[in-house]
Design a protein around this ligand. Structure first.
Ligand code: HXC
Length: 519
C-alpha cells in the first residue's frame, strides 16, 4: 500500500469518527428534539457563533464506564459539545449539552470537557457561555458524576468576576445541576424548560403539594417570582439573540473595558418631552423606562429582570457609545419603593457592573424603604443593606440623577455623594428630604395639629410650608450634595459629558481578602 493510500485510510477513519460524533444520539432522538421546537446542541452553537468560527474540542472524548451496560452505549463527545469561536468578532468559550446523548447527563468526561473549556476561558480572559439541556448527574456513573459537578461549581466560583459567565436554560435543569447556572452572571431561560432543586414527585411526597414542573420551576416562576432567571424567552433563537445583545455591553474580562459602540445619535440631543414628564401631583406615577429610553443612544435599552421586582429597573444602555448600567426606581410599581426583592435585584446588578468596569447611572425617585411586618420579618434590614453595600463598594464611575423623590435612607443608598457617587445631579422637580410632607408634619407638628380648631386647614398649611422648605433640590445644592441642578431636557448631554469626565477615574477599596456583604 502506498504512503498516500495509507494516509487516505487514516483520513477516512478520522472522518468516520467525526461523523459518528456529529450524529449525537441518533436521528430518532434528534427528530424528537426538533419536534419539541428545540435545536440540537451543535445547531445552537452554530447559530450563536459567527459563521465558520466554531472550533470544537474533545469531540472524540467518551466515557470509560461499563456500569449498567454503558460499555455498549458509547457516544463520542459524551453528550456535550465544547469549544471556542466568535460572536460579532469577539472570542468566547462555549459548552452545549446534547440531550440526545444519554439525556445530556453529566458524568466524568462530560464534566471534564466543560472544565477544560472553562479553564481555557480563564487563561485567555474570554466569556463562558453554557447551553444547558440535561437530565442532571448521570445515574450510571454515580459519585463520579457528582464530583464532576463539584469541579464545575468550583470553576464557576473562581471565574466569577474574572470573566463573564452566561447560562442558557434550554431543557431540564434539576437537582444540584441548578447551582452552576445560579453562580453565573446571567441566566436566560426558555419557555417549557424548568429549574428546581427537587422535582414535583419529591415535593408531593415531602410537602403534599401537587405541582407540575412548570408550576414548580418554569419561566413564569423564575422570571417573575424567584428572580433566578434574568431573561425569559420564547425559544432557543430568542435566547441566543439575548446573548448577542448582552455581549454588546459587557467586556471579555475584568481587565478589559466594555465594548464601545459608535452611534449616529447626537450626543447633544435635547429632549423637550423630559421637561414635562414629572406630573404636577407628586403622588402620580410616570414611567422611568421612558426616561431611560429617551436619553439612551437610539432609544435602545436591554432590560435585565424585566418581570421581577418591577419597582426597580436595571439594564444596559449605550450613552454616546459607552456601555452604561442603569439602576432606576420605577414610580409605576409600588411608587418605586425599595423592598427586599428590589434591593437584591439592584445589588447583584451593581456588583456585576463593578466587576466588569461598566459605569453605573442611577435615576432616583424613591419614597423610601417599604414599611410593614412582611418586609421586617423577611429581613429588609439585611437585604436593603445589600444594596447599600453594593453601591458603597463599587469603584466604577457612578452618576446619579434625582428626578423627583429622594427621601430618607433611600437618599443615602441610591449612590449619593456621601457613598462615593461621583456626580449627583438633580432636576428642578427633585424633592430631597427626610420624608414626605404628610409624614413629616405628623411627627414634628403633632401638638399643633391636635390643638388646631380646623385640623384640615392646619394640615394643608403645614404641608405647603414644608414643601416650600424641603421639597426641592436647593438645600442639597447649597451643601454641595448635588453638583448641579439642570433642566431635564439636557439630561442626555450632561450624562455623556459626566461619564466622559470619569473615563479615567481611579478609585480603590482597602486591601482585604474579601468583604462580608450581608448575604
Ligand atoms: C442517565 C439519563 C438521565 C440521567 C435522562 N437520562 N436523565 N441517563 N442519567 N440523570 C436518559 C434517559 O434514560 C433516556 O435515555 C434519555 O436520557 C432521555 O430521557 P427521557 O426520560 O426519555 O426524556 P424525557 O421524557 O424528556 O424526560 C427528561 C427528564 C427525565 C425529565 C430529564 O429523563 C428525568 O427525570 N431524568 C432524571 C432527572 C434526575 O433526577 N437527575 C438527577 C438529578 S440530581 P434513552 O436511552 O432512553 O434515550 C443531580 C445531582 C447533581 O443532578 C449533583 C450536583 C450537586
Amino acid at each position: 500500500m502506498s504512503n498516500n493510500s495509507q494516509t487516505e485510510k487514516k483520513i477516512s477513519k478520522l472522518n468516520a469518527l467525526k461523523e459518528q460524533a456529529q450524529a449525537g444520539g441518533g436521528k430518532a432522538r434528534i427528530d424528537k428534539q426538533h419536534k419539541l421546537g428545540k435545536l440540537t446542541a451543535r445547531e445552537r452553537v452554530n447559530t450563536m457563533l459567527d459563521e465558520g468560527t466554531f472550533r470544537e474540542m474533545d469531540m472524540l472524548a467518551h466515557h470509560h464506564s461499563s456500569e449498567y451496560g454503558l460499555d455498549k452505549t458509547i457516544f463520542l463527545g459524551d453528550g456535550v459539545v465544547t469549544g471556542y469561536g466568535q460572536i460579532d468578532g469577539n472570542q468566547v468559550c462555549v459548552f452545549s449539552q446534547d440531550f440526545t446523548v444519554l439525556g445530556g447527563s453529566l458524568a466524568e468526561q462530560h464534566g471534564r470537557k466543560i472544565c477544560k473549556v472553562m479553564d481555557l476561558a480563564m487563561k485567555t480572559g474570554v466569556p463562558v457561555i453554557g447551553l444547558n439541556d440535561s437530565g442532571g448527574a448521570r445515574v450510571q456513573e454515580g459519585v463520579i458524576s457528582l464530583g464532576a459537578y463539584a469541579d464545575i461549581f468550583l470553576r464557576n466560583t473562581l471565574a466569577s468576576g474574572v470573566v463573564p459567565q452566561i447560562s442558557l436554560i434550554l431543557g431540564p435543569c434539576a437537582g444540584g445541576a441548578v447551582y452552576s447556572p445560579a453562580i453565573t452572571d446571567f441566566i436566560i431561560m426558555v419557555k417549557s424548560t424548568y429549574m428546581f432543586v427537587t422535582g414535583p414527585k419529591v415535593v408531593q411526597t415531602v410537602t403534599h403539594e401537587v405541582l407540575t414542573s412548570e408550576e414548580l420551576g418554569g419561566i413564569s416562576v423564575h422570571g417573575a417570582k424567584s428572580g433566578v432567571a434574568h431573561f425569559t424567552c420564547e425559544n432557543d433563537l430568542e435566547a441566543i439573540e439575548v446573548v448577542k445583545k448582552l455581549l454588546t455591553y459587557i467586556p471579555s474580562n475584568n481587565s478589559s473595558e466594555p465594548p464601545f459602540k459608535p452611534t449616529n445619535d447626537d450626543n447633544n440631543r435635547i429632549d423637550e418631552n423630559l421637561n414635562n414628564i414629572i406630573p404636577a401631583n407628586p403622588n402620580q406615577p410616570y414611567d422611568i423606562k421612558e426616561v431611560i429610553k429617551t436619553i439612551a443612544d437610539n432609544g435602545e435599552f436591554l432590560e435585565v429582570h424585566e418581570d421581577y421586582a418591577g419597582n426597580i429597573v436595571v439594564g444596559f444602555i449605550h450613552l454616546g457609545g459607552r456601555s452604561i448600567g442603569v439602576v432606576a426606581n420605577q414610580p409605576m410599581v409600588l411608587a418605586g419603593v425599595l423592598d427586599i426583592d428590589s434591593s437584591k435585584k439592584a445589588a447583584r446588578f451593581i456588583r456585576f457592573c463593578d466587576c466588569f468596569n461598566i459605569p453605573i447611572l442611577t435615576l432616583e425617585d424613591v419614597p423610601g424603604f417599604m414599611p410593614g411586618k412582611v418586609q421586617e420579618w423577611g429581613g429588609i434590614i439585611s437585604n436593603g443593606a445589600k444594596l447599600l453595600y453594593a453601591y458603597c463598594e463599587a469603584t466604577v464611575p457612578k452618576v446619579t440623577v434625582i428626578t423627583r423623590k429622594a427621601y430618607g435612607g433611600a437618599y443615602d443608598v441610591m449612590s449619593s455623594k456621601h457613598i462615593r457617587g461621583d456626580f449627583n445631579f438633580a432636576w428642578p422637580t427633585a424633592e430631597i428630604a427626610v420624608m414626605g410632607a404628610k409624614g413629616a408634619i405628623e411627627i414634628i407638628f403633632k401638638k399643633e395639629m391636635d390643638e388646631a380648631e380646623d385640623k384640615m386647614a392646619k394640615e394643608l398649611e403645614l404641608i405647603e410650608e414644608y414643601n416650600e422648605k424641603f421639597a426641592n433640590p436647593y438645600i442639597a445644592a447649597s451643601y454641595g450634595y448635588v453638583d448641579d441642578v439642570f433642566e431635564p431636557k439636557y439630561t442626555r448631554s450632561r450624562l455623556i459629558d459626566a461619564f466622559k469626565m470619569l473615563e479615567n477615574k481611579v478609585d480603590k477599596n482597602p486591601y482585604k481578602k474579601h468583604g462580608n456583604i450581608p448575604l
